[in-house]
Design a protein around this ligand. Structure first.
Ligand SMILES: Nc1ncnc2c1ncn2[C@@H]1O[C@H](COP(=O)(O)OP(=O)(O)OP(=O)(O)O)[C@@H](O)[C@H]1O
Ligand SMILES: O=C(O)C1=C[C@@H](O)[C@@H](O)[C@H](O)C1
Ligand SMILES: [Mg+2]
Length: 185
């Protein structure tokens, strides 16, 4: 399966999008290692170039500046391929960044339900957008607002409560299926 998925991707980038906790970073890392291509996480890349954490960036410059930086970093990351690029949860929601992603490769939405996401994000309190009175409700609000936009990704994979390796296999399968469909049409 790995070889078929690798051939299906060709020189394109594979870009994982979706809400916080969907598994973009952890599943993306496994997918890249299966495909034997480089893995980059845009949140980590932003932290590396700015020498600040995401929480510090939000606190010092606000969300708008963070989005502008995120758009620049993602545009640069997608200039060459093949790579697996896991994005931050809000990246695909930003019009400019979404255009870079569309142009830069094949996007995959890891779609999860509220309880799966909440179980995962509740374990860490590093996400600035969830520092609210009722973070679960905030997460639900983000789901409602963002799901129609994530749905514009090229592929959708349901992020279930199964091991990350199984999720990574499902991403590879989706890649192969997409290739078959485009060859048939
Ligand atoms: N399939 C899975 N099974 C169990 N735990 C998982 C699974 N996928 C992710 N996790 C765990 O959930 C947490 C969030 O996952 P991860 O950081 O990969 O999400 P993310 O989509 O990158 O989120 P963010 O947008 O905040 O970067 C991590 O602790 C990770 O280990
Ligand atoms: O969903 C979001 O808007 C975010 C998700 C994280 O990956 C970080 O990029 C940041 O906390 C913003
Ligand atoms: Mg991540």
């Amino acid at each position: 399966m790995k070889d078929r998925a690798r051939a299906a991707l060709g020189s394109r980038n594979l870009i994982l999008v979706g809400l916080m906790g969907a598994g973009k970073s952890s599943v993306g890392r496994i997918v890249a290692s299966q495909l034997a291509i480089p893995f980059i996480d845009s949140d980590l890349e932003i932290e590396r170039v700015s020498r600040m954490t995401i929480a510090e960036l939000f606190a010092a410059y606000g969300e708008q500046e963070f989005r502008a930086l995120e758009a620049r970093v993602i545009k640069r990351l997608l200039k060459s391929g093949p790579r697996v690029v896991s994005t931050g949860g809000g990246a695909f929601i930003n019009d400019r960044t979404r255009k870079h992603i569309r142009k830069g490769g094949l996007s995959v939405w890891l779609k999860a339900d509220l309880d799966v996401l909440w179980d995962r994000v509740a374990k860490r309190d590093t996400r600035p957008l969830l520092k609210t009175e009722n973070p679960k409700q905030t997460l639900e609000g983000l789901m409602n607002a963002r799901y129609p936009i994530y749905a514009q990704a090229d592929l959708t994979v349901l992020s279930r409560d199964v091991r990350k390796e199984i999720m990574a296999d499902e991403v590879l399968k989706a890649l192969i299926e997409a290739q078959k469909e485009s060859a048939a049409s």
